[in-house]
Design a protein around this ligand. Structure first.
Ligand SMILES: [Zn+2]
Ligand SMILES: [Zn+2]
Length: 340
C-alpha cells in the first residue's frame, strides 16, 4: 500500500509500504478521504522530517480487515478515525478525553497517518459514520470540526451574544458555521480576501480585514463600544491573542484554540494579561475533542442542517497530494482534501 511522507522543505513523496496486518484489537481501514490540516504545514515546512512517517490525521474510510477479538466494527463498516492512539486505561482515556493521555500517539506524528491508501489503528479509534454523513465530513469531525465544536461548547454562543472568530482557516470557519447555527452574531477576522468572502458565504454577519482595519477598533465600533462577549481565537498569532484580550467585552470569554508552531511558544504570546483582571475575562484553552463529541457533532449538524463539506474548496486524487499541498500552502483555500 502507498502512503505520503514529507522529505523536508516542502517536498512530498508517495512511497510504497508493506501491507498492513491487524494484530489483536486492531483494524485496517481503507482511507476514502484525508484532509490537509494547518498543523500538517508545520512539518511540511520543516527542514528535517522522518522520511518514513506517513503524514495526515484527518481521515475516514471503510474497515477492510479486523484483528482477533474486535467486536465494535466489522469489515465494510464506514468509520471516521479518532486521531490519537491512546493507552485506553489512564484517567483521561477512561473519561473519553484521549487528547490528554500521557501515552498518546497522534496519527501523522508518532504513528502513521491518513495520507495513505490504508491505515492500521486500534478498533477503539473507529468512530461509526452513518450513511448520510460523507467521508469528508467524517474526516473533519476527527480534527478541526471536532476541535471547533469542543471550543463552542465551552463558549456557549447564543442569540444574545456576539462572537468574534480570529483566523478564518478551517478551525475558524467551522466555528463560524457552528456559532451561527447556535444563534450568535458572528464577526470573522482575517487578512486574506478569499477567506473573508468564504466566511460571509458560510454565514458570518460581518468581517474585518486586519490588513486594512485596526481589529480592536473595528470590533469595538461594531459592538457599540462594548466588544464581543465571546472570542474564539484560532490563528495562534500572538498579535491576535493580544487583540482578543483587548477587544473582549467586560466579563467576556476568550477561548484560545490556535497553535501556530514555534511562534506560539514565544513566552510573550499573550501580553497585556492584566487587562483580563480589570475586565474579569474568562480565558481558556481548548484542545481537540473528547471522543464522545463525535456523536454530539453528528446530532448537531443534522439538526441544524450544517454542511461542513461547503468548506471544501479543493479536491485532489491521492496521487496529486503534492499539488494539494502546494495549493493549500497559498493560504487562499478553504479546506483541501485528497480522495482515494
Ligand atoms: Zn487537523
Ligand atoms: Zn491513556
Amino acid at each position: 500500500m502507498r502512503g505520503m511522507v514529507f522529505l523536508g522543505n516542502k517536498k512530498t513523496e508517495i512511497k510504497e509500504f508493506p501491507d498492513l496486518v491487524p494484530g489483536p484489537g486492531e483494524v485496517v481501514i481503507n482511507i476514502k478521504t484525508s484532509g490537509l490540516c494547518g498543523s500538517d504545514l508545520h512539518t511540511y515546512y520543516a527542514e528535517y522530517t522522518d522520511p518514513n512517517r506517513i503524514m495526515g490525521h484527518e481521515g475516514a474510510g471503510i474497515v477492510t480487515r479486523i484483528g482477533e477479538g474486535v467486536t465494535n466494527v466489522k469489515e465494510g463498516d464506514r468509520v471516521a478515525i479518532y486521531h490519537f492512539i491512546t493507552c485506553g486505561m489512564c484517567r483521561y482515556c477512561m473519561s473519553g478525553y484521549g487528547q490528554f493521555c500521557p501515552d498518546k500517539k497522534g496519527l501523522g506524528g508518532a504513528a502513521d497517518g491518513t495520507h495513505a491508501e490504508q491505515i492500521l489503528v486500534k478498533a477503539e479509534n473507529c468512530l461509526p459514520l452513518p450513511d448520510d454523513i460523507s467521508f469528508a465530513v467524517g474526516a473533519f469531525i476527527g480534527c478541526f470540526a471536532g476541535t471547533s465544536y469542543s471550543a463552542m461548547k465551552k463558549l456557549q454562543p447564543n442569540g444574545l451574544t456576539t462572537l468574534a472568530v480570529f483566523g478564518l482557516g478551517p478551525v475558524g470557519m467551522a466555528g463560524v458555521q457552528y456559532a451561527k447555527a447556535m444563534g450568535a452574531r458572528v464577526i470573522g477576522i482575517d487578512h486574506i480576501p478569499e477567506r473573508l468572502n468564504h466566511a460571509k458565504e458560510l454565514g458570518a454577519d460581518d468581517v474585518i480585514n486586519f490588513a486594512e482595519q485596526d481589529t480592536v477598533k473595528a470590533l469595538l465600533e461594531m459592538t457599540d463600544g462594548k466588544g464581543p462577549e465571546l472570542i474564539y481565537e484560532s490563528s495562534g498569532s500572538p498579535q491576535a491573542q493580544k487583540n482578543a484580550i483587548e477587544s473582549a467585552a467586560v466579563q467576556g470569554k476568550v477561548c484560545l484554540v490556535g497553535y501556530n508552531g514555534p511562534m506560539s511558544l514565544k513566552t510573550d504570546s499573550i501580553p497585556n494579561l492584566y487587562i483580563a483582571i480589570g475586565k474579569e475575562l474568562t480565558i481558556m484553552g481548548s484542545s481537540v475533542m473528547p471522543r464522545h463529541h463525535h456523536y454530539e457533532i453528528i446530532d448537531f449538524i443534522r439538526r441544524k442542517n450544517i454542511d461542513l463539506e461547503k468548506m471544501v474548496t479543493h479536491r485532489f486524487p491521492f496521487d496529486r497530494i503534492d499539488k494539494a499541498f502546494e495549493v493549500f500552502d497559498t493560504g487562499k483555500t478553504g479546506k483541501v482534501i485528497v480522495e482515494m
